[in-house]
Design a protein around this ligand. Structure first.
Ligand SMILES: [Zn+2]
Length: 279
């Protein structure tokens, strides 16, 4: 079976679909879609992460049609040399290696798989607090990432547009790894909108549980006391507590969308396998 025949078969089986962007036709994944990263895959990403420079390559995704939609399993990863002049803040894969990776996946002899290109953002800083900030604020696509993500893989007449992946690892202290999927005509090209939604949800839940707790008899007095204490702290130590409170709020996204919930578009992985939904 040629690669073109295989892709058209995936389309027939309902795993791929045709879509348009800026008047061009693309073949893309059909949603709902679930991407599973095995223990082995997350370990490889973790072990190969370089906190000082961008790395990248191809996630080898094995497609399977399930009742719940398109499932992709990633068990192996191909790393491609970064030939960028400034690897600390950009990623450009070696073109020969990229070509070979596309050949090894899409035109594989024993098994054909779909390539999901990924790159990392470095988080290193000599200051551990800045390292947390880097993890929080670099976990989004850059302008360049968004532009590049519109480039498909051409196979004969077919233009295949797969989602791209972004990977970041925080310092040893929190041990979290961010894995997100963007574009491919099925996911947003940035993560901020969804992160804000998740943060709002988390804050609503915290607020609801506090008010439910406060309604229970004596807890009301305690909650009022807690509010008064917080107000006192703010007045007494405003200069120092406000940044701490803001920092805690800023850190909320780090604790949500973990592999234990139902991560959508991106996940915070602490260890082992993870499944990310693209609804
Ligand atoms: Zn980037």
């Amino acid at each position: 079976m040629t690669t073109t025949e295989w892709l058209l078969q995936l389309k027939k089986d309902g795993l791929l679909a045709y879509g348009q962007k800026n008047g061009k036709d693309y073949l893309h994944l059909k949603t709902p879609c679930k991407i599973h990263l095995t223990d082995n895959a997350t370990k490889q990403l973790r072990d190969n992460y370089d906190p000082k420079k961008e790395k990248g390559g191809v996630l080898v995704a094995r497609p399977k049609k399930m009742k719940s939609g398109t499932h992709l399993t990633v068990d192996s990863i191909i790393f491609l040399t970064n030939v960028s002049d400034s690897p600390a803040n950009s990623y450009l894969p070696d073109s020969k290696e990229l070509h070979k990776a596309h050949n090894d996946t899409l035109a594989g002899q024993s098994e054909k798989t779909l390539p999901i290109r990924f790159h990392t953002h470095p988080t290193h800083s000599d200051n551990p607090v800045y390292e947390i900030f880097n993890y929080l604020f670099q976990s989004n696509t850059s302008q360049q990432d968004r532009i590049v993500s519109d480039h498909p893989v051409s196979i004969g007449d077919i233009k295949l547009l797969m989602p791209r992946s972004l990977v970041l690892k925080s310092s040893k202290a929190t041990g979290k790894m961010f894995v997100g999927f963007y574009n491919g005509l099925i996911a947003p090209i940035e993560f901020d909108t969804h992160k804000k939604e998740q943060m709002q949800k988390a804050m609503d839940e915290i607020f609801n549980s506090i008010s439910a707790w406060a309604k229970k008899g004596n807890n009301k007095v305690l909650a009022l006391g807690g509010g008064a204490l917080l107000a006192f702290l703010l007045i007494r130590y405003s200069k120092t507590t406000i940044p701490v409170i803001l920092l805690l709020i800023a850190m909320l996204p780090m604790f949500i969308n973990s592999e234990h919930g139902k991560p959508k578009y991106f996940a915070q992985v602490t260890g082992g396998k993870v499944t990310i939904d693209i609804p």
